[in-house]
Design a protein around this ligand. Structure first.
Ligand code: NAD
Length: 397
């Protein structure tokens, strides 16, 4: 079994899909690891560390030609990836239909970490969570280092400096980490999420929950889109908190939908010059009306950032966590012959987007405009695919 570790091709992507430590695990399993030369350098893992862990340093074409190919985001060229091999990474299956179609046409089995079920059993593989956690931390550091103010209160001979007032909107994995980080830096923190159960989590971190509308959610813990009335009520309730905030981090997302608008242009206009906003949802429509992906927008002295790949700013530890997520995922595919994609396995079946020349993930099929997979086990679609269709129905997305 050959595992290929790719150098990332997207600009600004400094993470890598394996570390010397996870390489050593694959070697212990009896797998041969081919690392593309320089793949880990930007994350602080030079080639010699992979060699010492038992890997071979190879060129890109050789790494792409492995049986299992690991990446952070999909490589820009798929030519050397063999039909029947497995590609694992953030493959953006709910947005990048061209990539999924190309992978399928080439007979590549695509395992996309965005589709890993968000269950307790799959926690060790949950790359969305591991990277969102780092993203929340990086957002807090970006906001703090861009602010012209100190975060903690300081009582000095030169006078008393009041603490920064921070507001965190959206309290999932990234928001909770952002709260914890700005609290550690000394800010007074207010936070809000549409899900009522987040109040307790916010308060347990020493922040105050903002009184704004909440709604019970029933989509596997994820938030749904709210109606116009609720959105208007949110804006009214949040407006005074936005006006008072020195630093705001927004993280609200709805899987597969544009991000909800939480801060309007009118609300930004009430903020003090020198205030900072980091909109972590800028890449999916934005929580803040004026934010732009990967650009700083200055609205009358309020600096609004829209970073779309914060985990890549902390590449060493982001890679360590991501690489461990991949080991936990691949561990489930091990068998006596080395490796098997068992579509009946809830986690592997739910994570597999394409296999044996079919797009098997129900939600991806829907987004590609493909009809529901009709199963005829005796024909071209094999039984494995047929069974996977049943097991992946209704799985987490
Ligand atoms: P996410 O990135 O999809 O969204 C971030 C936050 O935005 C969420 O907390 C969501 O409620 C909030 N949000 C969405 N619309 C909003 C609106 N209009 N106003 C205010 N807030 C809004 O979330 P995530 O961090 O991926 O977590 C999603 C859920 O999955 C959470 O319930 C989390 O606890 C759960 N989860 C479970 C597991 C597990 O069981 N293994 C692992 C990770 C996450």
């Amino acid at each position: 079994m050959h595992v290929g570790i790719l150098s990332e091709t997207v600009h600004g992507e400094h993470r890598v899909a394996a570390t010397p430590q996870t390489t050593a695990t694959f070697v212990e399993w009896g797998w041969q690891v081919d690392v593309e030369s320089g793949a880990g350098v930007a994350a602080g893992f030079p080639d010699h560390q992979f060699t010492e862990a038992g890997a071979t340093i190879v060129d890109g074409s050789t790494a792409r030609g492995a049986d299992i190919v690991l990446c952070v985001t999909a490589p820009d060229q798929l030519d050397d990836i063999k039909s029947g091999s497995v590609l694992v990474g953030f493959l953006d299956p709910f947005a990048d239909s061209d990539l999924i179609t190309s992978l399928n046409e080439r007979g590549i089995t695509a395992l996309s970490v965005e589709a890993i079920p968000r269950t307790t059993l799959a926690q060790s593989m949950d790359a969305l969570s591991s990277q969102a956690n780092i993203g929340g931390y990086a957002a807090a550091l970006l906001a703090a280092s861009s602010s012209p103010k100190l975060l903690p209160m300081m009582v000095t001979a030169a006078g008393t400096i009041p603490p920064t007032r921070a507001l965190i909107l959206g309290v999932g994995v990234a928001g909770l980490q952002a709260i914890a980080t700005v609290r550690r830096l000394g800010a007074v923190v207010y936070a809000y999420d549409i899900r009522p159960e987040t109040r307790e989590q916010v308060e347990s971190l020493g922040a105050r929950f903002v009184a704004a509308p909440t709604e019970e959610m029933d989509e596997g813990g994820y938030a749904k889109e709210v109606g116009q009335d609720t959105q208007a009520a949110q804006h009214t309730a949040l407006a005074p908190h936005v006006a008072d905030a020195d630093l705001i981090i927004t993280t609200a997302q709805i899987p597969g939908r544009p991000a909800p608008l939480l801060i309007t242009e009118e609300m930004v206009a009430t903020m003090k010059p020198g205030s900072v906003i980091v909109d972590m949802a800028a890449g999916s429509g934005g929580n803040v009306a004026p934010s732009q992906p990967d650009t700083m927008v200055d609205v009358a002295g309020v600096h609004i950032y829209g970073p779309t790949n914060l985990p890549a700013q902390i590449p060493h530890d982001a890679s360590r966590m991501y690489a461990r997520n991949l080991v936990a995922l691949l561990e489930r595919t091990r068998d006596d012959e080395g490796h098997k994609i068992d579509l009946e396995d809830d986690i592997i079946g739910g994570t597999t987007i394409t296999h044996a020349g079919e797009v098997i993930h129900p939600r991806t099929r829907q987004l590609l405009g493909l009809p529901e997979l009709v199963v005829e086990p005796t024909e071209a679609v094999d039984e494995e695919v047929a069974e996977a269709t049943e097991t992946t129905e209704g799985d987490s997305e």
